[in-house]
Design a protein around this ligand. Structure first.
Ligand SMILES: *[C@@H]1O[C@H](CO)[C@@H](O)[C@H](O)[C@H]1NC(C)=O
Ligand SMILES: *[C@@H]1O[C@H](CO)[C@@H](O)[C@H](O)[C@H]1NC(C)=O
Ligand SMILES: *[C@@H]1O[C@H](CO)[C@@H](O)[C@H](O)[C@H]1NC(C)=O
Ligand SMILES: *[C@@H]1O[C@H](CO)[C@@H](O)[C@H](O)[C@H]1NC(C)=O
Ligand SMILES: *[C@@H]1O[C@H](CO)[C@@H](O)[C@H](O)[C@H]1NC(C)=O
Ligand SMILES: *[C@@H]1O[C@H](CO)[C@@H](O)[C@H](O)[C@H]1NC(C)=O
Ligand SMILES: *[C@@H]1O[C@H](CO)[C@@H](O)[C@H](O)[C@H]1NC(C)=O
Length: 594
């Protein structure tokens, strides 16, 4: 029983809570009244008391040309996170005014941190970028503020900007989910735990609260497991029974015991309960899903999704690190063509393992099996089977928790231009020996620590990984494509284990291109490198099953004959409608500000 009754159950809060619910309630009330009297204002307490989102809001009303009620343009900023090279400003979502802001609407505003009146000289800068694909949580990327200045985001042509808390990325709890056993899974940065190891839970504790500026009103709870950068905590009953939803404002963090108040990670993590997460037994809707980290890979997405759909994949989760290419248009195109693809903003730095764990938890609701591969990797079934054939065969063995397939690394295969028929048809020459494995896991079999390293998850006791025969299933990894594509990989850095390709370290690593050194200059013989054996298995299968018998074109093919015109037309229409929406929005706003 959730809902308003939550407050009535305060006496039943967990014995582990250091502060009981009622104490928290009355203390907060006291603080609010005091603050209200003495000019300051505790937004968190206010929100907590009235169950409403209360944020510094900037309201602009449109000039009323008629008597029709018109909605105001507002911007509400939640918080700022400072990364090494830029700052991420998180906007709140207001259903009433669901704007998708563009670069034309906003600017980054810098002002003196201790100037409460905000009348001091300050300056503005255009945002580097705005993540606009997600209506719910837009993220504005701003240049870092100079020292002693603080940052926020405001509407252009308006002097008022909301002042919001700002956190450093290197000491932060950044996301949280409530699992089906009611524990909270907290994603953190800064604890510097060892990779692939389980750490000592006794050294840490979890803290929950509405206001982290003081430790007095925080609820504490035990850590159940802690490994890599994922902490699993007991959730205090009072937090569980508090009404949740879009207005959820309770935050969770992790404290290093003995570290005092300074031992608490800053936090922007608001534990979300995902509907469906709490239903372990129902039949899964999808047999196979894919999780992937992407950044600016829009041009490969169509082939990757359409091919895997034919092979039996039913659902795609894309964790997008702020793509600024046409990924959103391609994803929209795919959705309209009935492919179940969703995009999830994942702006966090070097958090591939955490992203996969997050995705695995989401996929567990609806997916029997989940594959973790990149957009340049394709499951290939040389014997002509489909993925469900392999999965069903393995599902006969209850102990199988992970299926491992070998990856073959393909080279440029003599090409100098991006192959118009797609990577599966274009690249046909590869290295002889497979490089590492990638896996398809049964999310129900995951170990609760959610440890995963290089695409392999630790499994629950009783489950085993199995290697699948190379004649049944392999992965074609189009790793070394034509130079034009490969050089982008150098900068992309997403889904690699190399922090910075320019660093001389890791030069011998498998993840670097052998012999390339550290400069992005095309080697003369690039197009003939990484070619040891011809392998046209996947090409033949694709040509056999995807080519349109009339136009002789592949469904994802963009250039060439007349048959693609259909696809291109559709895409243009979508693109145009996206652009139109943006323009209308910009124009409307422009008029308002004149
Ligand atoms: C703000 O802080 C700076 C340095 O920390 C100080 O020099 C300045 O006087 C402060 N301004 C106000 C209004 O407190
Ligand atoms: C989780 O918490 C909710 C709300 O307090 C409760 O109804 C449910 O039974 C709990 N589930 C488990 C597995 O403890
Ligand atoms: C959440 O906030 C919206 C708008 O601020 C409000 O209409 C709604 O009632 C709130 N929901 C809850 C559960 O507090
Ligand atoms: C996509 O999959 C989700 C579950 O993962 C499901 O709820 C939804 O209905 C599906 N959408 C379509 C269009 O099939
Ligand atoms: C089915 O599983 C068995 C045992 O793992 C294996 O020997 C066989 O090759 C598999 N067949 C297919 C079609 O995957
Ligand atoms: C998870 O893995 C650890 C070892 O890595 C093991 O001790 C623990 O029992 C596993 N948990 C479950 C639920 O199997
Ligand atoms: C996301 O992109 C930024 C650049 O926009 C990059 O610095 C960062 O490393 C990327 N994150 C991941 C997880 O690769």
């Amino acid at each position: 029983m959730r809902g308003p009754k939550g407050l009535g159950r305060k006496r039943r809060s967990s014995p582990r809570d250091v502060v009981s619910w009622s104490t928290l309630f009355w203390c907060t009330l006291f603080v609010v009244i005091n603050c209200a009297l003495f000019s300051g204002f505790s937004f968190y307490a206010f929100r907590f008391l009235f169950g409403k989102t209360f944020q510094p809001v900037l309201v602009l009303t449109w000039p009323a040309p008629s008597n029709k009620p018109i909605s105001p343009i507002t911007i509400s900023v939640r918080e700022v996170v400072m990364f090494p090279d830029q700052a991420l400003v998180f906007l709140n979502h207001y259903p009433r005014t669901a704007h998708v802001f563009t670069k034309d609407d906003l600017h980054c505003v810098y002002f003196s941190a201790n100037d409460s009146s905000r009348s001091q000289p300050r300056f503005n800068q255009p945002p580097i970028d705005i993540d606009g694909g997600d209506f719910h949580n837009q993220i504005v990327r701003c240049p870092l503020p100079p020292r002693r200045l603080t940052l926020s985001v405001g509407l252009k042509h308006n002097d008022d900007v909301p002042v919001v808390p700002s956190y450093s990325w290197d000491w932060l709890a950044y996301d949280a989910l409530v699992d089906r056993d009611n524990t909270t899974i907290v994603f953190v940065k800064g604890l510097n735990l060892r990779r692939e190891r389980i750490s000592n839970t006794a050294k840490f504790e979890c803290v929950y609260g509405w206001d982290f500026r003081t430790t007095r009103f925080l609820l504490r709870s035990d850590v159940v497991s802690i490994a890599q950068e994922i902490v699993r905590c007991k959730t205090p009953l009072s937090v569980l029974s508090f009404p949740r939803g879009p207005n959820n404002t309770v935050k969770v963090s992790v404290r290093v015991k003995g570290g005092g108040a300074k031992g608490i990670l800053d936090t922007i993590a608001r534990p979300a309960i995902r509907p469906g997460l709490a239903n372990p037994t129902h039949r899964k809707e999808h047999e196979m899903c894919l999780c992937s980290m992407v950044r600016n890979q829009g041009r490969f997405l169509k082939e990757w999704v359409m091919y895997h759909a034919q092979m039996g994949v039913q659902r795609w989760f894309l964790y997008d690190n702020n793509s600024d290419d046409d990924s959103d248009v391609v994803i929209e195109w795919l959705r309209r063509a009935n492919y179940n693809v969703t995009r999830h903003a994942w702006p966090w730095l070097k958090t591939q393992e955490a992203g996969f764990a997050h995705c695995a938890l989401r996929a567990r609701e609806t997916c029997q099996w989940v594959g973790f591969i990149d957009v340049d990797e394709f499951f290939h079934l040389p014997s002509g089977l489909l993925l469900p054939d392999v999965l069903r065969n393995q599902s006969n063995y209850d102990y199988v928790g992970e299926i491992r397939a070998s990856c073959y690394s393909f080279g440029p295969s003599g090409l100098r231009r991006v192959p118009v028929q797609g990577v599966t048809v274009g690249y046909t020459c590869r290295l002889a020996a497979p490089e590492r494995h990638k896996s398809i896991v049964r999310p129900e079999a995951l170990n609760s620590t959610l440890i995963n390293v290089v695409h392999h998850f630790h499994l629950r006791n009783g489950y085993e990984p199995v290697n699948v025969d190379k004649g049944v299933l392999v992965i074609n990894h189009y790793k070394y494509q034509v130079w034009e594509v490969f050089k982008e990989k150098f900068y992309r850095r997403v889904a690699t284990y190399v922090a910075d390709w320019q660093e001389e370290q890791n030069v011998g690593s498998k993840d670097r291109a052998p012999g390339l050194g550290t400069r992005a200059v095309e080697p003369r013989d690039w197009s003939h490198r990484f070619c040891e054996v011809r392998d046209s298995g996947l090409r033949d299968r694709v040509l056999q099953s995807f080519v349109d018998p009339q136009s002789h074109l592949l469904p994802w093919q963009e250039e060439g004959g007349d048959g693609v015109v259909q696809v291109q037309k559709q895409q243009k229409v979508i693109k145009r409608s996206v652009m139109m929406m943006r323009k209308i929005r910009a124009r409307r706003k422009h008029r308002v500000f004149l």
